[in-house]
Design a protein around this ligand. Sequence first.
Ligand SMILES: Cc1cc2nc3c(=O)[nH]c(=O)nc-3n(C[C@H](O)[C@H](O)[C@H](O)COP(=O)(O)OP(=O)(O)OC[C@H]3O[C@@H](n4cnc5c(N)ncnc54)[C@H](O)[C@@H]3O)c2cc1C
Length: 392
Amino acid sequence: MDFDLNQRETAFRDDLRGWLTRELPDPWRSPHPKEPWTDATRDLARRWQARLAEGRYLAMDWPASYHGREATLGERIVLQQELMAARAPRILGHVGLDLVGPALIAHGTLSQQARHLEPIRTGFELWCQGFSEPGAGSDLGGLRTRAVLEGDHWVVNGQKVWTSIAEVADFCFLLARTDVDVRKHAGISALIVDMRTPGITVRPLHQLTGEAEFNEVFFENVRVPRENLVGAEGAGWKIAMGILSHERGPMWAFMFHGYMREDLRQLTALVRQRGLADDPLIRQRLAEGWIGVELMRLLGTRSLTAEGRGEQLGPRTSLEKLFGSELSQSVRTLAMDVLGPDALLAIDEPRAPWEGRWQRFHLFSRADTIMGGTSEIQRQVIAQQVLGLPRG
Ligand SMILES: Cc1cc2nc3c(=O)[nH]c(=O)nc-3n(C[C@H](O)[C@H](O)[C@H](O)COP(=O)(O)OP(=O)(O)OC[C@H]3O[C@@H](n4cnc5c(N)ncnc54)[C@H](O)[C@@H]3O)c2cc1C
């Protein structure tokens, strides 16, 4: 495994550090790399994204013709780590930047690229990902939202669910069934849908944390221009699999490592503060957390090295997803045990330790083993596709 930054990555990191010192004002720095979205944090995130775009620190892997830097994966990971270390605001336009942008570059028409890539890059337009449906999450291929071609328009009817940031998104990257007479995966197409089109209703879903970060989205006779089809008709499944592979892999592993390391630092201080540093069971669980976070970094480094050698990561990224999400839950559960009755103090309670973040992170960590593919599905992928075990 390659543990050290190469010359290009070191030069990039040094430039970036200088830029961050100049361009990231102290009041913009965030108490934690994963602060919840509120009107205020969203507004700041938009301003920050515009500033990053000016410095060409967003969409760094895009071609130079679209203001990217054609950056390597290593450079993008350096960027992510330095942003977290500097406590920069979270990126709000992640779906557009990391998922939709690369899909449009790979499969979109020139006019789709010309229309959408720049507003995605600057954060001027936000996107949501309309894939999951009631009854089609793990089994995404079973999705039932229909798009029927009528003249120059696709007419869309159906429902999506768990659609993150749909309430503020300008566009949706939608998967819909355009052909019911072929194999189920072959009948799915990808469409660009303007969220202001008549017939779209967005209904927020309230989570355990009290926030509403995702939504149900209803489509009733929504007319989408024919030219908004991305790639060929029926190519939606292949495009979606490309998008979903970005949701795991080394970028994800290093991001998770960054969040978890920050939590463990805070948790170690809390354990000391509460006089529990000599409790052998707490010490053991804390040590397991630190070992886990280091393993996360090693898994990420291994994937990064493999990708640098041109190897296809494929199903191996399921290991990182499974391990990281379960680590997140065990560390956050330990925090609850250390806090005891104080764990009940919610984010808006003035006396809540760490301003209620522990409780919020614990409650939100339930989602970690669901989003981007559940733990059961990751275990199946590892068993069948990595270890080559027979289907159960
Ligand atoms: C925080 C968060 C954000 C999200 N954001 C988005 C978004 O922006 N856009 C979007 O499209 N989706 C989004 N999702 C949805 C996410 O992709 C789905 O929740 C996920 O794919 C699981 O699908 P499901 O919820 O329908 O569960 P189901 O697939 O119904 O699964 C229910 C349970 O059954 C188990 N199960 C299912 N099939 C099998 C099987 N074959 N073998 C064994 N066990 C099985 C699962 O592991 C799970 O425990 C988000 C989810 C979360 C939690």
